[in-house]
Design a protein around this ligand. Structure first.
Ligand code: SF4
Length: 386
């Protein structure tokens, strides 16, 4: 594969996305877009070519952030505290021609988490011997950094020799986010994920063995109605063999721009209803066993974000929340679905009588929502949010 490397430095760059858990991280772009770019449920990079960034260009980005951090910390030492006025003066005095970098660096400092996320979709595709100097430079310039993380594909990780993965860990890479999506081979093939269940298991185990924290993203609903059961079972089975630090749920949302939408519109893909997704997550969590992962529902598409906790202790509580929804009368389920998608409801407790519920009830009446049409109406609201 001929991977392009742009030869001319084009200034500090940031890519379009990061995991929700990296909201406070400094984003350092080491590649552009996705080298695979074929998953049918993903529209993020579909119109963009993949390219590697040169190591010296990434280092130049780190240097420009360091320059700001250095000036700001010196001022902080001298003045004891930084008022908005002082920050504004520094910006105008030293960085007026590069306010984008100034804002990125100062926001990162202000958030105080000291974490860095390497962009874009699969940073580990870079040769380890190119990534290691980048990691070392981050540590050199920002010795207080607590976490350096990256997205990576399982297919890429299984091709990295074990000692090299250990060297990456040693150089400071301490968390990897993998889009597992599913552990079911039939689902993975159908959405053109380009990996198998075995790739996922081997990659996850290799990351753990290298001493790197592991986040695995699972996509409820990805198997559609016909493969929902297999999707739940095999995904749990794969995760039971990995024992990831985090399992993160990110429910499928089908939107224009993703190839899966064509299959959905033509009827070739039978999208799960919200109730089917809840039942699927119930089957999935029920099948998780022998692991100590933390399960998180930290994505806004998820219907029941309160389904999170540490396995095995919180498993009964998480199942109870799902059962609570499954056992609600039909019209209460659809009221919750609407309230959640409109942003009124955060948890099932919000169904209790009160101002929030009354607000959702009036929209429910106005849109003529019923248990039969709620998924269609909710889908339209979700599309507006994408
Ligand atoms: S590997 Fe990730 S970024 Fe690339 S197409 Fe698939 S889901 Fe999208």
């Amino acid at each position: 594969m001929g991977i392009k490397k742009l030869q001319v430095y084009q200034g500090f760059e940031q890519g379009p996305i990061r995991p929700p858990s990296e909201a406070n991280s400094l984003l350092i772009r080491v590649t552009r877009n996705c080298p695979w770019n074929r998953c049918t449920f993903c529209s993020v990079y579909k119109n963009d070519d993949f390219s590697l960034r040169r190591v010296d260009h990434v280092i130049a980005d780190i240097e420009s952030i360091f320059e700001v951090v250095n000036v700001v910390l010196n001022e902080l030492n001298e003045q004891g505290q930084l008022t908005q006025e002082v920050v504004h003066t520094i910006a105008m005095k030293y960085f007026a021609d590069n306010l984008q970098v100034f804002n990125i660096a100062t926001n990162w400092l202000a958030r105080g988490e000291g974490s860095v996320f390497l962009q874009d979709a699969n940073s580990l595709i870079i040769k380890p011997d190119d990534l290691i100097p980048i990691l070392k430079h981050l540590k050199y310039r920002f010795p207080w950094i607590t976490r350096v993380t990256s997205y990576a594909r399982s297919h890429t990780i299984v091709r990295i020799p074990e000692p090299k993965l250990a060297e990456l860990a040693e150089a400071g890479l301490n968390r990897i986010h993998i889009g597992m999506e599913s552990g079911c081979d039939e689902v993975l093939a159908r959405v053109d994920k380009g990996v198998t269940k075995q790739h996922h298991i081997s990659a996850g185990q290799a990351v753990k063995k290298a001493g790197i924290e592991l986040s695995e993203y699972v996509m409820p609903g990805l198997g559609g109605s016909d493969l929902s059961e297999e999707h739940a079972f095999h995904t749990a089975d794969a995760l039971n063999q990995i024992n990831a630090d985090f399992i993160r749920l990110r429910t499928l949302a089908v939107s224009p721009g993703m190839p899966l939408n064509e299959a959905y519109q033509s009827g070739d893909f039978q999208k799960c209803t919200d109730l089917e997704v809840v039942s699927e997550i119930h089957a999935f969590i029920s099948a998780l066993s022998g692991i100590t992962s933390t399960l998180a529902s930290d994505h806004f598409y998820n219907l029941l974000q309160e389904v999170d906790g540490k396995l095995p202790d919180d498993k009964p509580r998480m199942l109870r929340i799902l059962e609570q929804f499954m056992h609600l009368p039909d019209d209460e389920q659809s009221l919750y679905q609407l309230g959640r998608r409109l942003g009124y409801f955060q948890s099932l407790d919000d169904l209790q009588p009160g101002v929030q519920r009354s607000g959702v009830e009036s929209v429910y009446k106005r849109l003529e929502v019923t248990p039969e049409n709620v998924d269609k109406i909710v889908e339209q609201h979700m599309l507006k949010g994408i």
